[in-house]
Design a protein. Sequence first.
Length: 265
Amino acid sequence: YKRITTKTLVEMKKHGEKIAMLTAYDYTMAKIVDHAGIDIILVGDSASNVMAGHETTLPITLDQMIYHASSVVRAIERALVVVDLPFGTYQGNSRQALDSAIRIMKESGGHSVKLEGGAEISESVTRILSAGIPVMGHLGLTPQSIYKFGTYSVRARKEEEANKLKADAILLEELGCFAIVLEKVPAKLAREVAESITIPVIGIGAGDGVDGQVLVTHDMLGMTHEFSPRFLRRYLDLYTEMGDAFKNYILDVKSRDFPNKEEQY
Ligand code: KIV
Ligand code: NA
């Protein structure tokens, strides 16, 4: 594929090709991730944690998301860019949701938006879609509702919540969403959801029965080390490797090894 579109993703699901998605919040990281061949880049509101050091995703603003997204978009040649609508910019009413989505599309150049929730936000999803803006859903553990849940533990273990989740996934497909993120739910439930709809389900901590996977890039690179859920596979230990590089630089400066004769004018 030359350039990934929402249509490409539905085709991938149809042909059984798994979809790979990662986060990026800045130009340099997005460039590396895009050139590696990722299908979707998510400008996640996890930037609130990863970039800004907040405890939750709630504080990040629409302006800050637009700043991150516009930096990412400038780097992209192939991936589809999805931008999270941050907390408080779409729950008020569908007009507010549309205004927020339009600002993201106009001011960042992103290709689509992601909203957390099902039936509660159906009017907003419909209104955004009617403006021609592709929408990705997000069900299961929805971090913007952390103060309602109380914990980041696995969602929908009980039948009532599982049934609502299944119904929400079908609703989001019917409304016209092009894909759904499913976060931290039992693998069996996630597989059932993926099999019940034709749009791709991208899992994070949702097992191997879904149509694609997403991880937070800084987590899979091992740059963060406080956060260690079972679903996180670390491909590097950059926390240690970067720390060692910084220590070597400090030593070289202190010992006058850096700069050497070749490293100056
Ligand atoms: O903000 C984010 O990074 C996300 C992913 C974890 C799906 O929403
Ligand atoms: Na998010």
